[in-house]
Ligand binder design. Structure first.
Ligand code: ASN
Ligand code: ZN
Length: 333
């Protein structure tokens, strides 16, 4: 059959109405993107094995915004993979998760009542559950960016997923996941420093994590202490999430896109932010050039200082801000 690259329209649960790059194959359309490494989305049919069935139909209009329509979560997933691709390409010049031009596929409707989403290096694929009661898919953009960034970490620093390096691994995913949300800048998913604020995983409308003050979730660390590496990696991540927020936005109270933040610091430090764009360049350079599988928070400070020196110069205000932000989370003071 003749294949052609098309532009369809989708309405996701969380992304709202968005354009999607699709494939026409003969008389049918597929949720497959020939412009970004062939990324596609499949329906797992609530199974946990196999790779599901490619979304395919006779028109190029997908989903209706309701979770009960099986295409809606697929629209979110397909858009999330595209936005993540574009974010890495246009921000860092990275071509796909492994920087080899290969696209990752996404699997939706995994299992029943599955309240998680995960990246898997082996299938080179993304998987989403439908959440509690199969009515709350985990397909928000910052989750998509978070999970696929686990693939980027695997392909680069390969931070071990336990202890302090595990916290850095998780923080890397939160940092880049939220950056994908800022990159896409969708009216229906206001960019913020909250993780998973739309998926209502707690059932009371609160986000999963807060980067300005990680302890707002009741469990995450705001700053480093001896033994922070014994926390679950989703809570020790707070140290580096908080560092990143401070570096980008600075300490104290701030309103960004209508969301109020108030970021405290350790050691009575005042941090002046250098902006999200520079903070992202520093984190990416540190991850891809200076961190290793066993990097600790103290070594992450050195890695980001090396990155800031390489990018902005010795004695640059950016380098000084990196040190101040780490001091604000009690690392290396
Ligand atoms: N959603 C989880 C995460 O990315 C999956 C896991 O436990 N790795 O952190
Ligand atoms: Zn994660």
């Amino acid at each position: 059959k003749t294949e052609a690259i098309k532009t369809g329209t989708g309405t996701g649960v969380f992304v709202g109405s968005v354009p999607l790059t699709t494939t026409q194959s003969g008389s049918s359309f597929q949720l497959k993107d020939g412009t970004r490494g062939g990324q596609y989305t499949t329906d797992m049919g609530n199974r946990t094995t196999g790779n599901g069935t490619l979304f395919s139909k006779s028109s190029d209009t997908w989903g209706n915004g309701q979770a009960s329509n099986r295409e809606s979560a697929a629209v979110d997933a397909q858009y999330g993979a595209a936005a993540t691709w574009d974010f890495y390409k246009n921000t860092f010049g990275r071509s796909g998760i492994r920087n080899d031009g290969a696209g990752a596929f996404s699997r939706v409707h995994y299992d029943t009542g599955y309240v998680n989403a995960f990246w898997d290096d082996d299938c080179f694929c993304m998987t989403y559950g439908d959440g509690d009661g199969d009515t709350h898919p985990l397909t928000e953009l910052d989750v998509a960016g978070h999970e696929m960034s686990h693939g980027v970490t695997s392909a680069t620093a390969n931070l071990n997923y336990s202890g302090e390096s595990g916290g850095l691994n998780e923080a890397t995913s939160d940092i880049f996941g939220n950056a994908v949300e800022f990159y896409a800048n969708l009216p229906k998913d206001n960019p913020d420093y909250l993780v998973g604020e739309l998926i209502d995983i707690n059932g009371n409308g609160t986000p999963l994590r807060y980067m300005d003050k990680p302890s707002k979730d009741g469990r995450s660390a705001d700053s480093w202490y001896s033994g922070v590496g014994n926390l679950d990696v989703h809570y020790s991540s707070g140290v580096a999430n908080h560092f990143f927020y401070l570096l980008a936005e600075g300490s104290g109270a701030k309103v960004i896109n209508g969301v109020s933040y108030n970021s405290p610091t350790a050691n009575n430090v005042t941090v002046t932010g250098i902006g999200r764009d520079k903070a992202l360049q520093i984190w990416y350079k540190a991850l891809t050039s200076f961190m290793t599988s066993t990097t600790t928070f103290a070594q992450a400070r050195t890695a980001t200082e090396s990155a800031a020196t390489a990018l902005y110069g010795a004695g640059s205000p950016e380098l000084i801000a990196v040190g101040t932000a780490w001091a604000g989370v009690n690392v290396g003071t």
